[in-house]
Ligand binder design. Structure first.
Ligand SMILES: [Zn+2]
Ligand SMILES: [Zn+2]
Length: 60
């Protein structure tokens, strides 16, 4: 059965009926949750969110 709001069988993130994504990791740098399907970066035991990984990039 399709969603009454967006008309799709699987609601996109913009639909208020979308299933909340689960937090899979917690970023070791900022403490934000890294959600299912989001990009992340692992260094050893630590997992970093995309935002923190971008901040690690710099020009020497
Ligand atoms: Zn929907
Ligand atoms: Zn982070």
């Amino acid at each position: 059965m399709n969603c009454e709001t967006c008309g799709l069988t699987v609601c996109p993130a913009g639909c208020p009926n979308a299933r909340p994504r689960e937090a899979v990791f917690t970023c070791a740098e900022c403490g934000e949750n890294v959600l299912e399907g989001e990009g992340a970066f692992r260094i050893g035991e630590d997992v970093f969110c995309e935002f923190c990984v971008e901040n690690m990039h710099f020009t020497a």
